[in-house]
Write a protein that binds this ligand. Structure first.
Ligand code: NAD
Length: 256
């Protein structure tokens, strides 16, 4: 028996990175998985490989969500789980951030999460689950990522409100707050076909050795296991909460 047997789960931003690992793990746990992304080539290839289906979805568009939810209902007749994972990051000091850039980050990270819950929750089976991807920067500041941190704080607010509003239907809504994770977002060398992923990961582990108590960067497979916990009955009495997965980064500082 898989932990997600019989459940239909849509994962946004699932063509690569954490979303890809979530799609793989959920499929292995018995779910019927819908891979949603704007990277159609990668998303379709992944869906074919793991026996999932693919929908093109730009999470910042209400029409896109309407069409994606209709496609899931047509294919599977139901939807039991949503992982709002799609996200983008831009680096800039607050005073140097152009409004367009700020709004671009808001559109994907914050509006995307809002629209996802708005479109999916009314169609979701009672007892369903929503996992929103926030960040370590939803709970603390980090210089040079003002737009990103603002949207991730907002994702936590949306998570708590949705948990309260959807509890009567036993729909649970939680957020995951990763620290640094070895995907293209934190390790752009992963997008360079000439780079050796093992080597870049080793370099990042070295970088994080002095920053993070557990002494290395996180792996997307580790985040996927947390998303599985929050999507399965293993977390049946948990809703409205942020779950930090950061190798101890937020625990405090060490002066010795
Ligand atoms: P990633 O860049 O590898 O993956 C992001 C995915 O989102 C990509 O597949 C991308 O195509 C998709 N995406 C971007 N804009 C989209 C849109 N408008 N509509 C649909 N899909 C879109 O990075 P990742 O690390 O896998 O990021 C996944 C989530 O984890 C994001 O929400 C990110 O903010 C969050 N996160 C990442 C880290 C990290 O260090 N990697 C840390 C904390 C939180």
């Amino acid at each position: 028996m898989g932990k997600l047997d019989g459940r239909v789960v849509l994962v946004t931003g699932a063509a690569r990175g954490q979303g890809e690992q979530e799609a793989r793990l959920f499929r292995a746990a018995g779910a019927r998985v819908v891979v949603a992304d704007v990277l159609d080539g990668r998303g379709k290839a992944l869906a074919e490989e793991i026996g999932a289906s693919y929908v093109h979805l730009d999470v910042g568009t209400e029409d896109g969500w309407r069409e994606a939810v209709a496609a899931v209902k047509r294919t599977y007749g139901r939807i039991d789980g949503l992982v709002n994972n799609a996200g983008i990051l831009r680096f800039n000091a607050l005073v140097d951030t152009p409004l367009d850039e700020f709004m671009q980050v808001v559109r994907v990270n914050q509006v995307g999460c809002f629209l996802g819950m708005k479109a999916v929750a009314p169609e979701m089976a009672d007892g369903g689950t929503i996992v929103n991807t926030a960040s370590y920067t939803a709970l603390t500041g980090m210089a040079a990522v003002g737009a990103y941190a603002a949207t991730k704080h907002a994702v936590l607010g949306l998570t708590r409100v949705a948990a309260l509003e959807l509890a009567a239907r036993r729909i649970r809504v939680n957020a995951i707050c990763p620290g640094a994770v070895d995907t293209a977002m934190a390790n752009p060398a992963r997008l360079d076909p000439d780079a050796d992923p093992e080597e870049t990961s080793r370099a990042l582990d070295e970088l994080y050795r002095g920053l993070v108590p557990l002494g290395r960067i996180g792996r997307p497979e580790e985040v996927a296991r947390l998303a599985l916990f929050l999507t399965s009955d293993d977390s049946s009495y948990i809703t409205g909460q942020p779950f930090v997965i950061d190798g101890g980064w937020l625990a405090g500082i060490s002066v010795v």
